[in-house]
Write a protein that binds this ligand. Structure first.
Ligand code: GCO
Length: 260
């Protein structure tokens, strides 16, 4: 294999990627990473102003970015967004279902509303957006890549985050269900399971000295991960390098699950 062939395995030029929940944290890092590998990226969150700011941030780096503000957990909103992509001639080749929220509370106290909110945003949204994207990938005969963002809690529970844990366990199986039905259409659906990553969502954990110490002592890497450390795995799963990889979850966790 020549160096040019090796590089082209991971080349994303000419591909359009939609990354949900991508105005900050892991989503924004993945969007930037895919764009730096040549993809044209569509950034998303519910808030137009946040989307505009993130788009401007990537454009200032010379990257190809545009925005689509819509609520991933609302079926009508998702359908309207994809109808807009259709009208604009935008074909989504790569979808990263990243949007997620957290709710930390002992399960005995979790209300049905909070349970539903977390499941809807972290799991049902991946089905809604994934279905809309896959319908088009199949109709157009182009195939595509779906990456669903899981978590360590796709594998191991932690007290006080029950709805999140259940949703992320579901994400792991959603990728397998997508693979089971859509592999024949040349769609590869896989999950990434990030370890403890330095993001806004985890700010309360990072700033809690005992949690911070626990993360460092329980992880063989003895540190938190950075959002940009997920980029390589996302590029792999978004590119031709993974064309026969389907239904897998890759944990990017510094080795945490290896010593559980
Ligand atoms: C939390 C969760 C997560 C973890 C992540 C690890 O309490 O917020 O444990 O945010 O950082 O799920 O994969």
């Amino acid at each position: 294999m020549t160096q040019a062939q090796a590089t082209s395995l991971f080349d994303l030029r000419g591909r359009t990627a939609l990354i949900t929940g991508s105005t900050r944290g892991i989503g924004l890092a993945l969007a930037q990473g895919l764009a730096e590998s040549g993809a044209s990226v569509i950034l998303n969150s519910r808030q137009t102003a946040a989307v505009d700011a993130a788009v401007a941030q990537l454009q200032a780096l010379g990257l190809n970015a545009q925005g689509a503000a819509f609520d991933v957990a609302d079926q009508a909103s998702v359908e309207a967004a994809f109808a807009g992509f259709d009208r604009a001639g935008l074909v989504i080749d790569i979808l990263i279902n990243n949007a997620g929220i957290q709710h930390r509370q002992p399960m005995l106290d979790v209300s049905l509303d909070d349970w539903n909110r977390v499941i809807n945003t972290n799991l049902t949204a991946a089905f809604l957006v994934g279905r809309a994207a896959a319908r088009r990938m199949i109709d157009q005969g182009t195939g595509g890549k779906i990456i669903n963002i899981g978590s360590l809690t796709s594998e191991a529970a932690r007290a006080t985050v029950a709805p999140y844990t259940v949703a992320k366990g579901g994400i792991k199986m959603l990728s397998k269900a997508m693979a089971a039905e859509w592999a024949q259409h040349n769609i590869q659906a896989n999950s990434i399971g990030p370890g403890y990553i330095l993001t806004d969502m985890n700010e309360a954990l990072v700033n809690n000295p005992s949690f911070d110490a626990w993360v460092k002592s329980s992880n063989p890497a003895q540190r938190w991960g950075r959002p940009d450390e997920l980029v390589g795995t996302a590029i792999y799963l978004a590119s031709g390098a993974s064309n026969y990889v389907n239904g897998q979850i890759i944990y990017v966790d510094g080795g945490w699950l290896s010593v559980l």
